[in-house]
Design a protein around this ligand. Structure first.
Ligand code: HH2
Length: 259
């Protein structure tokens, strides 16, 4: 899953897609590089970010989705109205970082459209989520949360086969929490739904490499995290550097399936 941010303030520093033409071109390049789907977002969820009003989010994403009709597009939003517009413009998956807790109407929009949904775990909200996050057992708690959210989604009329789950790397988690979630990923895979991991360029990668004030990680560090997640059963990878991930994962998969 390639990432296209139509935002001025994403943590990864790639808010270069504010112009619709630039965002569309970036998405097309990601498909050429082997992305199966591209995630378009108009609201940054980086730590400390404030929300974006509905009108502004629509203004950012609509022209991008119009330019990408016919492609496999995911919409990164927490708002039912944005999801509704995006699905009408051809998006196939709604990627909601609140796990459908943010907008009470979102589940109905996804169910009515027969769309796919990604349910992500987040502790708190982006503005405050990195203020001293604590868990007794982060993996068990994330697993229980995702299990409950799957049941909620199915109860709202979304087919279970249309749901994928995501531990939410960096969303109300310390560096050690993030590592644990990937190390023990098989416990989340046991939920029976495809697991998406989004470690790409996140600051904890830079911290692992010794820079405690890192604001983002490198492409190489991101690929390392993706391979570790792949080895533990992750099925989807939300990434900025598509070609690098596709090449690395293709080789890892070939080795994994070699006779
Ligand atoms: N991370 C971000 C945004 N959306 N969605 C899922 N499912 N999983 C993630 O890990 C995830 C996500 C990161 O936030 P943002 O500031 O929007 O940056 P970017 O979109 O460049 O990753």
């Amino acid at each position: 899953m390639g990432i296209v941010n139509a935002t001025p303030d994403s943590f990864s520093g790639d808010g270069l897609h504010l112009r619709p033409e630039a965002a569309i071109a970036a998405a097309r390049r990601m498909f050429e590089d082997g992305a199966a789907i591209v995630d378009v977002g108009g609201e940054s969820t980086r730590p400390g970010a404030d929300g974006v009003p509905l009108d502004e989010e629509l203004r950012r994403i609509e022209p991008v989705l119009e330019g990408l009709q016919g492609e496999a597009i995911s919409i990164d939003t927490t708002k039912a109205e944005v999801a509704r517009r995006a699905l009408a413009l051809g998006a196939v998956l709604v990627n909601d970082v609140t796990g459908m807790r943010g907008d009470p109407e979102l589940a109905g929009v996804v169910a009515d459209a027969g769309a796919y949904v990604c349910l992500m775990h987040m502790r708190g909200e982006p503005r405050t989520m990195q203020e001293d996050p604590r868990y007794d057992d982060v993996v068990s708690e994330v697993k229980a949360f995702l299990e409950e959210r799957i049941a909620f989604a199915v109860g709202a009329g979304i087919a279970e086969e249309r749901i994928c789950v995501d531990p939410g790397i960096g969303f109300g988690k310390t560096l050690e929490h993030n590592l644990q979630l990937v190390r023990r990923l098989p416990e989340l895979v046991a939920l029976g739904r495809p697991v998406l991991v989004g470690y790409s360029r996140k600051s904890s990668l830079g911290k692992i490499l010794g820079d405690q004030s890192a604001r983002r990680g490198t492409a190489a560090a991101s690929v390392g995290a993706a391979l570790a997640a792949f080895e533990r059963g992750a099925a989807m990878f939300r990434v900025h550097d598509v070609r690098e991930h596709v090449e690395a994962l293709t080789v890892a998969a070939a080795i994994g399936s070699a006779a």
